[in-house]
Design a protein around this ligand. Sequence first.
Ligand code: HEM
Length: 450
Amino acid sequence: MSSQPPGPKGNLLFNRPTGLGLLEFFVNNQRQYGDVVHFNIATRRAYQLNNPDDIQYVLVKHPEQFHKSPTLKRATQQAIGQGLLTSDGEFHKRQRKLVQPAFHHKRIAAYAAVMTDYATEMVAGWRDQATLDIAHEMMELTMRIVGKTLFDADMTGEADAIGDAITIGLEATIDRMQRPFAFDHWLPTAKYRERQRAGQVLEAAIQNIIEKRRQSSEDKGDLLSMLLLAVDEDDGGQMTNQQVRDEAMTLFIAGHETTANALAWTFYLLGQHPEIESRLRAELDTALSGRTATITDLPNLPLLEWVIKESMRLYPPAWVISREAIEPVTLGGYDIPRGSIIMMSIYVLHRDPRFWDEPEQFRPERFAPGWDEHVPKYAYFPFGGGPRVCIGNQFAMMEAQLILATVLQQTQLTLIPNQKIEPQPLVTLRPRHGIQMRVHLPVAEPVLAL
Ligand code: HEM
């Protein structure tokens, strides 16, 4: 119908505009070229969508015209194979149906106590005035929680080694997506060997969890039992070993990395806005009077929810999502050929001044009731949308709120001054150098000398 949309010249694979990080590249594209931006990645045409209506078309109205991007699939093949995140079509539909019951809201409610218990244990291990990297602490905590709730596994001793392996894996994934044809992905260099070792650490951890459960053949009613025992209603088939492994690895990685980042950025933002933190503490004091929060308290803690939502607006843990058009489509008035890559940057939409007043400012009150009446539906979508919306959406929201409440009730964290804090857009949006914070445990009541 119409000509090619505007966009930066050259090939993203070889020459991203000098000096621009990936985030700036996507933001710049929107500011400079508008709602649909075209560029090339390797041999493929890519289209960045910046209009909420076009995003709704792809995610919600016509998801059948799109598959997950082949670049993402190839880059993550080794780690998560054919799990929920990367599979398509009928196979994806069937897997989603099998996994969904583990995320039923009644079942999720049963996970709440693990979340607050583990958060309390974490704080109990902190010393007053100690400096810690809150991003690292959150990664370890959410990993232990996902291990316990979904797989009934205690990851305490392994959390550090697995965390390092996941970091290496994510860096490798981005590298493979940005340089899909580079030879050194397969040459036995030091980097290659490091990546292989990281893969082995993860593989051993997940196989160990599955093997232990197979041996006990007990139905614990958790996600792992569901995966192992699930029988498809239509064909009576069970999952193969490989499918159980791929699903378990997908949920293990997707189930903690994102929430950990959301929490790390939240502590950072609260550290920069002590007045908001004070109000949040007051809300917690009034509603809970010092007792541990439960799921039934959450509706009485509105600011807690707004703080998490606003933090995910500024630092959406899944900062970009992508698809491949499996048939020709028209978006924003442009004809887009079959095989094109469609990119939707949650980060860009969340900071678009057309939809947000002073988008760079941290203002949790934006999310007061009624906010969605004046913000288009897909201008805020930290969990994606449509049939492939995040399956862990409610799990993650509950977890983030319960952990934040529990930590704030027991301690105060302040930012170490003069540190460089920079978002690093790997598959998720991580703080590149971590976030160093100082612990202030509550001052004990003075003991009266008699
Ligand atoms: C703050 C935390 C989280 C954020 C921001 C987040 C974000 C997202 C987004 C944006 C998608 C859609 C991707 C796309 O359309 O391409 C997604 C999918 C997914 N998420 Fe999450 N997620 C979070 C937590 C979780 C948790 C806790 C779990 C599991 C325990 C999980 C498991 C998944 C899975 C399996 C998918 C693929 C669903 C499908 O394609 O059917 N996520 N997530």
